[in-house]
Design a protein around this ligand. Structure first.
Ligand code: 0PR
Length: 352
């Protein structure tokens, strides 16, 4: 039987994951046979998870954070919606999300039995707080903002959304799954430090350069996380707030190790290099007459004709499109200037 090999990252341009940092790889391998779902047995990984949550809290502007390393952004978003639903006193709860919200909120609504209401974006592709205000009512349990949207890398006006949520008596959640490791180095107002945000999703396995699976859920207070706790009678620990039971110690250890290595200076350096590449590719595409959506974070979306897109994929470029058909170039840490130059050269050749 032929031995399977993973893809190389040489031509991966639309992924929100990246090559794990060497420290992340080493820690993952070391803690492969641990289960943070059972702190009574696997104490060392539980301590590392505490370290990871503390650093995630620093990144997201929260003293004394509570939370855990999830299986990814999907679990964190589902759990944030579940906290809001469990705490609210509504027979018919709803959650208001931007049109740009990740599809994980549709999964959350499905499994939790809550109604999902979608608010409109403004012409800069950020949610319009007036549209959110129009959709909230007495049964709204959660208002969601995205800080680094999946398709365009946009940051919603989080302080305004937190105000709408507070007026409605709802919780406020920020999905910074992808953007969270870049935003501390920008002027955006997105975190616990900027607004009355209750919960945040921030994923080490995206910009954080951890191995998969390592997402992050943070909550402002222990009472919020308690809304998820179930009793675990036959474990040494007495309650569990996670959605999964047995879970990957590799992801947790890798997140702790890479954040220890890179926060904050390494992530800043990485963000600055990524942003320089993003501006370079946006300008290169615009120079050639492709309509590029101006980047705010390391992500460029550009209108490239369908045949050229197909030819680029055929040439091995791992690309995907937005719902409206623009190509997404996500300038993750593995995306070098040389790679982008090669991509543009292929584009010139294939769409000549
Ligand atoms: N929130 C946001 C803003 C996201 O962009 C994503 C994933 C999630 C939540 C869900 O996170 P998990 O996938 O960790 O559960 N966004 C990417 C997407 O759906 C995920 C992705 C990653 C896709 C790598 C492709 C890929 O190669 O497009």
């Amino acid at each position: 039987m032929q031995r399977a090999a993973p893809q190389s990252f040489d031509r991966v341009l639309s992924s929100m994951c990246t090559e794990p940092h060497p420290a992340a790889r080493a820690a993952a391998e070391r803690f492969l046979a641990t289960n943070p779902g059972d702190p009574g047995t696997y104490g060392a990984i539980t301590d590392l998870e505490g370290e990871a949550v503390a650093t995630l809290g620093e990144i997201a502007g929260l003293d004394d954070p509570v939370g855990y390393v999830t299986s990814g952004g999907t679990e964190a978003n589902v759990q944030a919606a579940r906290i809001a639903r469990n705490r609210a006193d509504s027979g018919n709860p709803n959650v208001v999300v931007p049109e740009s919200a990740h599809f994980s909120f549709r999964k959350a609504a499905g499994v939790l039995g809550v109604e999902l209401r979608t608010a409109a974006l403004d012409d800069r592709l950020r949610v319009d707080p007036d549209s959110v205000a129009e959709r909230v009512d007495d049964d709204t349990v959660l208002v969601v903002g995205v800080a680094g949207s999946t398709e365009y890398g946009r940051v919603d006006p989080i302080p305004a959304l937190a105000d709408v949520a507070a007026d409605a008596g709802a919780l406020c959640h920020v999905d910074a799954a992808w953007g969270g490791f870049c935003l501390p180095f920008t002027d955006h107002e997105w975190s616990f430090a900027h607004a009355a945000v209750d919960t945040v999703t921030i994923d080490p396995h995206k910009m954080g350069q951890a191995v998969i699976p390592a997402g992050g859920l943070l909550a402002r207070s222990p009472a919020l996380l308690d809304a998820l706790a179930v009793d675990t009678p036959y474990l040494e620990s007495t309650t569990q707030a996670t959605l999964t039971g047995t879970r990957s110690g590799a992801g947790v250890a890798s997140a702790a190790a890479v954040m220890d290595a890179l926060w904050p200076a390494g992530y800043r350096e990485s963000y600055e290099a990524q942003m320089a590449n993003t501006e370079w590719i946006a300008a290169a595409l615009a120079d050639r007459g492709y309509r590029a959506v101006e980047p705010e974070l390391p992500l460029v979306a550009a209108g490239i004709p369908e045949p050229a897109f197909d030819a680029l994929r055929e040439a091995g470029w791992r690309l995907s499109k937005t719902a409206t058909g623009e190509v997404r170039v996500v300038c993750m840490p593995h995306v070098t200037r040389a790679m982008l130059e090669g991509f543009v050269a292929d584009l010139d050749r294939l769409d000549g």
